[in-house]
Each structure stands twice: as C-alpha cells, then as structure tokens.
Design a protein around this ligand. Sequence first.
Ligand code: PLP
Length: 394
Amino acid sequence: MLKLDSHPSGRHSLHIPGPSPVPARVLRAISYQTIDHRGPEFGQLGLKLLAGIQQIFRTRQPVIIYSSSGTGAWEGALVNTLSPGDHVLMYETGQFATLWKLLADRLGIKTELLGLPGKQGWRYGVDAARIEERLKSDANHQIKAVCVVHNETSTGVTSNIAAVRKAIDAARHPALLMVDTISGLASADYRHDEWGVDVSISGSQKGLMLPPGLGFNAISTKAIEASKTARLPRAFWAWDEILESNKNGYWPTTPSTNLLYGLHEAMEMILAEGLENVFARHQRLALACRAAVAGWGLEVQCLDAERYSPVLTGVVTPEGVDADALRKLILERYNLSLGTGLGKIKGRMFRIGHLGDCNELALLAAISGCEMGMKAFGLKLKGSGILAAQEILQ
Ligand SMILES: *Cc1c(COP(=O)(O)O)cnc(C)c1O
C-alpha cells in the first residue's frame, strides 16, 4: 500500500482548489467492477451520462468526454476548430490563462494576449470592453477565436462570460468564443447555451468532485461547423469519431469506465441538490472565507468585489512572509493542504479551496488551521478570522 494514510490520526483536510475532496459515494461507485465498454450495459450508462452532463453545462448541444485532464480538453478545443497560423485572442487573468496560451503557441496558433501589465491583471477579471475594442479594429476578421478563463483558479477571480459574448456581438465579429470553465463548472454559475459559448472546456477534479482524469468540451453547432474545415492535425482529440460513437452511448477508444461510474454518481448528487443550491452554497462559503481574511486584516487577491470567486479565495500574505513556508508549517502541524501561489505570485499568496464536497464545518476547520498556522508562523493578525466566518455561517 502507498503510505498515504501514515499521517497523524484524523482526516486530511484537502483545501486546494482542485483536486477537491471526492465524496465516499463517488469513491464507492468508482470501485465497481470494470465492465465491457462495448457491451449493452455500458451503452445505457453512456447515454445517461451524455444527457446528464448537458444539464451541468446547461446546454442542449453535444458534450465530448475525454479520458484526459483539463489540459487535454484545452487542446481538444483548439485542434478541432483552428488551422495552423490562425490568430487567436486570449486574455491574461492569471497562470491558467497563461498556460493555455503557451499550449496554443506550441500548436502553431498565433496568439495575442490582452491584459494589464505586470502582476496587476492577476487581480481582476476579463475586461470585455478591451476585447470589443480589439475585435472592432480587426476589420478583416483575422481573429478566429476569443479564449478566456471563466474561473481563474490561480487567483480566485471569476470573469463575466456573458459580457464577453456581448462584446463579440457588439463588434459584429464572427470569432468563436472558447471558455475554460475547468474549475468553474458545477461550482460557479455557468450557462453554455445562454451565454453563446462555442466551446466550453472543463475537467473532472474540481466542481464535479471526481478524481482527475476526465476532460470535457461542450460544443456549439458553429464549433462543429468550424471543425469541418479546421486543419490542425488531430487524432485522439477529434470530435467527429467521438460524436459518431456517442450516438449509441459508446466511445471510439476505451473510455475511463470507472471514472464514468463516478461521474454518474457525482451528477446524481449535484442534480439532486439542484445546481442553483450548489452555486448558492459555494457563494455562502466564499463569503465566509473572505470575512475570515478581512478578520485577519489581510487582503484577498481579487480586487474587484463583483468578480470574487465562489470556488476559492486567494489570500495575499504580508510583505516579507513566504507563503509557501507558511503552507508547509500548516500542512505539517494541522494536516491541511492549501493551494500554492502560481507563476508571477508564487510565495506571495496561498489559496483556500471551498469547492465541490465542502460545507460549513469543513471550511471552518480550514480557516482554523490557517489562523493557528499564521500565528505559529509569527504573523501579526488584526483579529479572529474564525469568528468572522462563524458570524456569516451561523
Ligand atoms: C485545473 C485547471 C486547469 C488545468 O487542468 P489539468 O486538469 O491540471 O490539466 C486549467 N485551467 C483551470 C482554470 C484550472 O482550474
């Protein structure tokens, strides 16, 4: 056995913003015997899953399910719709937006990254007005797609996707809209059809409460049309063969059968709670978490109150405090995992995940661990974060 349980007694508190904790029900479902992925039982399961996942994305259009992490689904979105040298407009909200751009660069796509200079952009969401302005100046329609991150997991900022859609429409521009909602799906309000998104990209290990290993592309009719003339090479990621097999509930290659069992269970849990209730629970926990940060006298990474993430909270550590050394102390003393600062803000902040299978007491335990850890680390806190959070939650 792996020595993952060799830690002190009690539970490990997993509060990174994905992978998020996997509910026992989902773990049990994943442990069922693997079945014939070409057999009749599997076809039934496949059809049920493909219908269920549409409800989660709020779409009536097809959703592709890959055996991949979210990064694979990023690649799937680009290679199915674009041709070598195509110009794509992206927006730097944080580390994940940056990584998606680097992936596009590797594929031979010509990327243009909008955003504020330096670290400043990493504290705000997408400015739709800048996208509109840029698209209006693109009279020959060289730009083939606009790519944005819905919930920027590296910072805790959620962008307004409906506003981006409006900006594209206001510019009367035909570019496809592609949205990374890898950490947003099933934890922050998301509407693939209503917001006119052409490709929505997601993964299994965040709001969906599954282990890593499934990637998703929800695709519009316009995206499918684009895929018919797109010339980037694709084989494993090709939508056409998958869509054909999916008609009967199957996949062209061996799918992740056991993760699909887990997806079935997780979707049942989410739809039984109701998407609106799931979103409201995330908002409430996030509000309590921000109250804790204010109670400590610290700043959250997001500087726009309209764009606070319901999924995670980025906590900026005071000047001179190494956030990763602090995280290490908290893990060693309290068996609590917090998210590290990524990219430009490494060592300057830590992230508290409150997504997926999270509730009041789980969050309060995490806040408590942070508070004790910061005191032990020698930080001078303004007051109690735990009391401030309790005020919100009681
Ligand atoms: C987690 C995450 C990714 C990367 O997904 P992987 O599953 O690690 O490949 C990309 N974008 C966002 C917003 C994420 O939260």
